[in-house]
Ligand binder design. Structure first.
Ligand code: NAP
Ligand code: ZN
Length: 350
């Protein structure tokens, strides 16, 4: 029998999020039912609620940085028990048999993974995310949370902001001896700074906000460069092995490509609705530089990231909000006015 669940939804691109009742399926044999305690607020939630990527299914219940407690499990579930803490990120299913799924890179599922919200994108039923009281997810997409219980709210953002920065930092290499740039100090960027620092890289933060300089250093940046200052940018030219660009708005990529060494890579994770002005070819060809992209991370790697963060005492810097503050939170996020992730206390959804 389906379960009635309280949630918050946008009913159209222009409507504010408001209370909405949805139905969750009763847990099947391989399912885990989770009471949601906290849900982080990702910029992708805002892009989706407002149909900025032109693919939103309504009603839209965003939220893919979920932590909670297991309240029921199906007969075949082996790794979770009632009472366990659990996390859910951006995916709740994938085909399981394509090349990418077999390699544990479900985010690149060739048949399209099922998003925690707004998925599947290419047909099938809408899915509803974490701005809700509970969620039912296949065991193989549920993550184990090993942080201390009092840190749970600050752990939620690891499920998207954490893995989206951890995965490319691992893939392109962010260890000792590597000079790594992080562009943008928002939800993703502040996790990128913390994780790259913990991996042992020399971390340079690029920010447009002079008021974030001191925070950048506190979070683990060895240097902070104000990207609107031409002299500061010129001093960084040709020096980077890797740059992770988290900016949520179109901007000139050449400003950053010219900072890469020969054979260096800049990876885009920010996903603005409008295209960037395209890069000039000379910045790429003269030094064999590469421009790349990266999408969240696979389930195995997400667990690895959670364990890495637990081991290194890494959580997100958060501002906790009640759910009826979400529309104000979106407006503040657009002004980069959050240090550095809003997290919804789901106890406020009564
Ligand atoms: P966020 O908290 O809003 O942070 C974005 C940061 O970008 C801001 O804090 C700001 O940093 C910088 N910024 C914003 N507007 C700018 C502008 N006009 N020019 C230059 N810099 C600007 O957003 P988020 O949650 O970290 O998400 C960032 C982006 O990543 C979004 O587009 C989101 O959809 C996307 N995303 C992608 C993936 C993936 O798998 N690839 C996963 C999650 C999210 P400063 O103030 O420091 O300049
Ligand atoms: Zn996200």
């Amino acid at each position: 029998m389906n379960m009635q669940t309280k949630a918050y939804a946008a009913q159209s691109a222009s409507s504010a999020l408001a209370p909405f009742d949805l139905q969750r399926r009763a847990p099947g044999p391989e399912d885990v039912q989770i009471d949601i305690l906290f849900c982080g607020v990702c910029h992708s939630d805002l892009h989706t609620a407002r149909n900025e990527w032109k693919n939103t299914l309504y009603p839209s219940v965003p939220g893919h940085e979920i932590v909670g407690r297991v309240v029921a499990v199906g007969d075949k579930v082996r790794s979770f028990r009632v009472g366990d803490l659990a996390g859910v990120g951006c995916m709740v299913d994938s085909c399981g048999h394509c090349h990418s799924c077999e390699e544990g890179e479900e985010q690149y599922c060739e048949n399209g993974f099922t998003g925690t919200y707004n998925g599947p994108l290419f047909g099938g039923e809408n899915t509803y995310g974490g701005y809700s009281q509970s969620i039912v997810v296949r065991e193989s997409f549920v993550l184990r949370v090993r942080h201390a219980e009092q840190d749970l709210a600050s752990v939620a953002p690891l499920l998207c902001a954490g893995i989206t920065t951890y995965s490319p930092l691992r893939h392109w290499g962010a260890g000792p001896g590597r000079r790594v740039g992080i562009v943008g100090l928002g939800g993703l960027g502040h996790m990128g700074v913390k994780i790259a620092h913990a991996m042992g890289a020399h971390v340079v933060l690029f920010t447009t906000s002079t008021r974030k300089i001191a925070d950048g250093k506190r979070l683990g940046a060895d240097e902070v460069c104000v990207s609107t200052d031409r002299d500061q940018m010129a001093a960084q030219a040709n020096r980077f092995d890797f740059i992770l660009n988290t900016v949520a708005a179109p901007h000139n990529l050449d400003d950053y490509l010219q900072l890469l060494k020969r054979d260096g890579t800049m990876t885009l994770v920010g996903a603005p609705a409008e295209p960037h002005p395209s890069p000039g070819v000379f910045n790429l060809i003269l030094r064999r530089r590469q421009l790349a992209g990266s999408l969240i991370g696979g389930i195995r790697e997400t667990q690895e990231m959670l364990d890495f963060c637990a081991q290194h005492d890494i959580v997100s810097d958060i501002e906790m909000i009640p759910i009826d503050y979400i529309n104000t939170a979106y407006e503040r996020m657009l002004k980069s006015d959050v240090k550095y992730r809003f997290v919804i206390d789901m106890a406020s959804l009564e």
